[in-house]
Design a protein around this ligand. Structure first.
Ligand SMILES: [Fe+2]
Ligand SMILES: [Fe+2]
Length: 148
């Protein structure tokens, strides 16, 4: 019996491109938050340092999760981050981080919609879980912004 080695789930190149853009931005924010964790200074740093670290780790796990999915779908995950904005002050950190999270939320909604249209339920499910994290990060950064 000949068994097909083709992927069971076939998706458009457009969806694969979006997954790669998502990976690029997950790598970006993972480095961005890690460097902010290292560079944050002053009295307020004590309160926020660990948050940058734990969020950076969460973003790295997202990158890995999306890369695994893209690989399964027959795509090659990028190794290049999107533009990293570390900036100087804590307020600037948080403004750029909030912007990054808004971009993620918008992009991941688009991916969920497209994945559903293409009947790729698993990708939609993975991104729903990731989206929940990004909304938490957005809430975290905007809350922190109120205090700086
Ligand atoms: Fe993420
Ligand atoms: Fe995030």
């Amino acid at each position: 019996m000949a068994v097909s080695l083709e992927p069971v789930v076939k998706v458009s190149d457009h969806l694969k491109d979006l997954l790669n853009k998502a990976i690029a931005r997950e790598i970006q924010v993972s480095i961005q938050y890690m460097w902010q964790h290292v560079q944050v200074m002053g009295v307020k740093a004590v309160a926020v340092q660990d948050k940058f670290k734990s969020t950076a780790i969460a973003e790295m796990k997202h990158a890995e999760k999306i890369a695994e999915r893209l690989w399964y779908l027959g795509g090659g995950p990028t190794t290049k981050p999107a533009v990293i904005d570390v900036e100087k002050t804590l307020k600037e950190f948080l403004e750029f981080d909030t912007k990054a999270e808004v971009e993620a939320i918008e992009m991941y909604r688009e991916i969920i919609d497209l994945a559903n249209k293409e009947k790729d339920v698993t990708t939609a499910f993975i991104f729903k879980e990731i989206l929940e994290d990004e909304e938490e990060h957005h809430d975290l950064f905007t809350t922190m912004l109120e205090e700086v």
